[in-house]
Design a protein around this ligand. Structure first.
Ligand code: ZN
Length: 393
């Protein structure tokens, strides 16, 4: 095992075992940020700071409100069914669909008004090149860990996750159209379709409403692995600095609750960094086979910038010994807000060799250090180093 992998493993151990679950905006995330700051200083990074922003501790509250609105609307349409209740049923389903779509795409919607924003922070370390700085790479990973709701608890649940998301969204879109049509035309039979929509909406409402009372997972792979790999990278850059590329190492909070940390960072720095900067997030990089995402987003899939894909292909060609795959993302990552701004942004992650048979302990209490693979971590670190070298060349 190379020394940088050994260092990364030590960081993963500290974050996942000594600190443990690191819920978004909690004191544990702050503690993780303080640990990273101290380790970056030890690695010789002079410019390290906390950047405060307003984040959210819950990812499930907006969805709970969205599905609650839809379920109330559908219940009124089915149970009462007069023109007023049909119109309200359509309206409430529209509100639910709007909130769900906007929430998954990081856009404003009515249910976000109920979110209490709280102060938290990112950690940012800047490593200058040895020569004249002419380009910039932003490498990032998230400090916070997710809760452990039942719909992540097994492979079977996770394989149905995408179907469930689609079905719930379609149920609300259909509710809007069918109840609206029934209110306008007086075709009373249309409201009985609500008998199919309502159970879907009530089921996902129950899933969302109970999710926020589950514990935060230790997050060894998701994403102490990314954090550990980047801190170890700082150590390597200290001994082998790049010639012309300034490397910004960013450790975000609130990735798990709506990517608030990376959005705050981009709001502050993206304009100044320009459109040539390369953004790379390392998220879950120590279990299975290396993968980069060709698109990102939960419902609306945003394609990865072609220059980011070009770079990934070129790095992969330079390292034929490292098996890689490319493909669409299942949920969203911290790279998505950068992609949505038209930036050259790439997500590097790892997936279990047989994704249909293994959940990879994603958002489970079993996401512990004994389930991660040092070989995979080492491969990702080599890939990331080669990527930086190519940006610099
Ligand atoms: Zn993650």
């Amino acid at each position: 095992m190379d020394p940088y992998t050994r260092q990364a493993l030590e960081h993963i151990r500290y974050l996942s075992q000594v600190i443990g679950g690191r819920g978004s905006t909690t004191p544990q995330v702050r503690q993780a940020g303080e640990y990273v700051t101290a380790e970056l200083h030890k690695a010789g990074v002079a410019d390290v700071k906390f950047e405060p922003f307003m984040g959210s501790s819950s990812t499930y509250l907006p969805f709970t409100l969205a599905f609650f609105a839809a379920a109330i609307g559908s219940a009124m349409a089915v149970l009462v069914g007069n023109p007023t209740c049909l119109a309200l049923g359509a309206l409430f389903n529209f509100l639910g669909a709007w909130a769900m779509l906007a929430e998954t795409d990081f856009r404003f919607h009515w249910a976000r008004l109920a979110l209490k924003k709280v102060p938290t922070q990112n950690v940012v370390g800047v490593i200058p090149p040895s020569g004249e700085p002419t380009r910039r790479a932003v490498l990032f990973a998230h400090l916070d860990t997710h809760r452990t709701p039942i719909f992540y608890s097994s492979t079977a649940w996770q394989n149905r996750f995408g179907t469930l998301v689609t079905a719930t969204f379609l149920s609300m879109a259909l509710g809007f159209i069918l109840f609206g049509l029934a209110a306008l035309t007086g075709w009373d039979w249309l409201r009985w379709v609500g008998l199919i929509l309502l159970p879907i909406q009530l089921f996902t409402l129950w899933l969302m409403a109970t999710a926020d009372s589950t514990p935060h997972n230790p997050g060894a792979n998701d994403d102490a692995s990314g954090v550990g790999a980047l801190v170890a990278l700082a150590q390597r850059l200290h001994g082998e600095p790049l010639a012309h590329t300034e490397v910004v190492l960013l450790f975000t909070d609130c990735e798990e609750t709506g990517a608030y940390g990376i959005q705050a960072f981009l709001h502050k720095h993206a304009a100044q960094y320009g459109t040539d900067a390369v953004y790379v997030t390392l998220d879950e990089v120590a279990l299975g086979v290396l993968k980069w995402l060709t698109n990102d987003g939960l419902i609306i899939k945003h394609p990865t910038h072609p220059k980011a894909l070009e770079l990934a292909h070129s790095v992969s060609q330079a390292l034929p010994g490292i098996p890689t795959i490319e493909g669409p993302g299942l949920a969203y990552t911290d790279a998505l807000p950068a992609t949505m701004r038209g930036r050259i942004a790439l997500t590097l992650c790892t997936v279990p060799e047989d994704a249909s048979a293994s959940s990879g302990y994603w958002h489970q209490m079993g996401d512990t250090i004994d389930h991660i693979s040092p070989e995979t971590l080492e491969a990702v670190q080599r890939f990331t180093w080669e990527l930086l070298r190519q940006i610099d060349a």
